[in-house]
Design a protein around this ligand. Structure first.
Ligand SMILES: NC(=O)CC[C@H](N)C(=O)O
Length: 228
């Protein structure tokens, strides 16, 4: 299974993502933002980093580069596309799902381990988890606060577009467990079809025991299984 790992100027998580894809049994290939045609790939991951120095808004410039055309085609064809952290910011700026990511409520860059509750396990990336399962992985971002207006939020719930929420160890959705002030503790969302998932936490940093968690590896394994 050939997975495109998209690299922009300032991406810094591409090697980690490639390693996780390999560990999961896939064949990753780094593709630059200048490439328009992704038709030979079975899926894509947009890794994290600081594309274009987060100028303007994190992800805003990346979302206006040629590779977005290829990614949009993939999303429309129903191929699995995952955006992690800066990748999620780029994906939302490109309109692959609804809502926006803005500055953390405390205006600080936050780097810590968090718990997530799986709200939707029907996507190609979450089919390996149980609904309501609590998983653990790190976040590292300055602009990770998810926001959408009330009507948009209700629509997202109705269409099952909320994939992950920040929770405590027991799976409770509390204010304390919300690291960045995201509305309703939302940590990850998807498009209506579910084939494009955009999340702020880093599954590739939770893909090996030595890193402290293997909960993230299942996201890549699930992706590859959905392609078979
Ligand atoms: N780890 C990342 O991808 C960082 C995301 C983005 N540059 C931010 O700080 O919000």
């Amino acid at each position: 299974m050939n997975i495109a790992v998209i690299k922009f100027l300032g991406t810094n998580c591409e090697e980690d993502v490639c390693r996780s894809i390999r560990l999961a049994g896939g064949n990753p290939q780094i593709v630059w933002f200048t490439e328009r045609d992704l038709s030979k790939f079975d899926g894509a991951v947009i890794p994290g980093g600081f594309s274009y120095g987060d100028y303007l808004r994190a992800g805003a410039i990346g979302a206006r580069t040629p590779v977005i055309e290829g990614l949009r085609n993939m999303v429309e064809m129903g191929k699995p596309v995952l955006g992690i952290c800066n990748g999620a910011q780029i994906g939302l700026e490109a309109g692959f799902s609804k809502g926006a990511l803005t500055n953390n409520i405390n205006w600080r860059f936050i780097c810590k381990w968090v718990y997530l509750r799986v709200e939707n396990n029907k996507t190609p990336f979450t089919r390996g988890y149980k609904k309501g399962e609590v998983i653990r992985m790190p976040i590292a971002h300055g602009e990770g606060r998810f926001y959408i207006d009330e009507d948009g939020l209700q629509e997202m719930y109705k269409k099952k577009m909320i994939v992950f929420k920040y929770c405590n160890e027991d799976g409770e959705i509390t204010e304390d467990a919300n690291p960045n002030g995201s509305i309703d503790n939302i940590a990850g969302v998807c498009n209506e079809k579910g084939n494009c998932v955009l999340l702020m936490p880093h599954p590739e940093r939770a893909s090996e025991k030595i890193l402290g968690s293997t909960d993230g590896l299942l996201m890549f394994k699930s992706m590859l299984q959905s392609i078979q």
